[in-house]
Design a binder for this molecule. Structure first.
Ligand code: HEC
Length: 189
């Protein structure tokens, strides 16, 4: 295609060689300046103001994922009859005790007196009221940001009920080195 308009020449010439001066096309300028503006905003938002870092974004995604998994796979709720039966059944309590001693004693001590984790024999509870259904919930979910692991994936629901029943049976006992009470006073029912 022939170009009819005069060619825009820069006003220098070397040995007959001239330089043309076509401006870059508008779309190119838009991308060029747009990228700079975007980069500046990105830098200010993430590095100067409090834009979320990768870790924060990951934690949000993980929370959403956990909430979704909980929705798809709701925890087993035991009936009051099941709970009452487990609390009285010797074989269940023995199974709960074995798991408690192997998995929980490292933080709560064998007699539940508490060390890294709180005393489980007293009438003070940080989470819930110390009754078996609430203990099951604490075991399922853990208190992961305070150092109490979640046990839902490690034990079957019946095993969690057995452990919770055993923990319930420790209440009111006298451990050898009791940790000072933590949480709210809840009368032992
Ligand atoms: C790595 C250490 C650790 C292990 C292992 C652990 N816990 Fe804990 N546990 C904690 C900590 C720390 C807390 C306090 C959480 C808080 O501050 O809310 C806690 C809290 C609890 C509570 C709630 C106490 C309250 O006052 O609210 C119960 C019940 C409990 N643990 C039972 C268990 C059982 C049963 C196991 C074994 C299956 C276990 N824990 C294993 C560290 C541990």
């Amino acid at each position: 295609m022939a170009i009819n308009r005069p060619e825009p020449k820069l006003d220098h010439e070397y040995d007959g060689i001239e330089e043309l001066d076509y401006p870059p096309p508008a779309w190119f300028n838009a991308i060029f300046w747009g990228s700079i503006a975007f980069g500046l905003c990105y830098f200010l938002y993430y590095h100067h103001y409090d834009g979320p870092g990768l870790t924060a974004e990951f934690e949000v995604a993980q929370k959403e994922h956990n909430a979704l998994m909980r929705q798809l796979n709701p925890p087993r709720i035991f009936t009051p009859q099941e709970v009452a039966a487990a609390e009285k059944d010797g074989a269940t309590l023995a199974q709960g005790r074995a798991n408690f001693e192997s998995k929980c004693a490292s933080c709560h001590l064998k007699d539940g007196g508490g060390q890294t984790g709180p005393n489980l024999t007293d009438d003070f509870w940080i989470n819930g009221d110390g009754t078996t259904p609430f203990l099951v919930r604490t075991l399922q979910d853990g208190v992961t940001d305070k150092g109490m692991p979640a046990w839902e994936d490690k034990f079957r629901p019946e095993e969690l009920l057995a452990i919770a029943s055993y923990v319930r049976s420790l209440r009111g006992t006298t451990p050898s080195t009791p940790k000072a009470p933590e949480g709210n006073p809840v009368p032992n029912a």
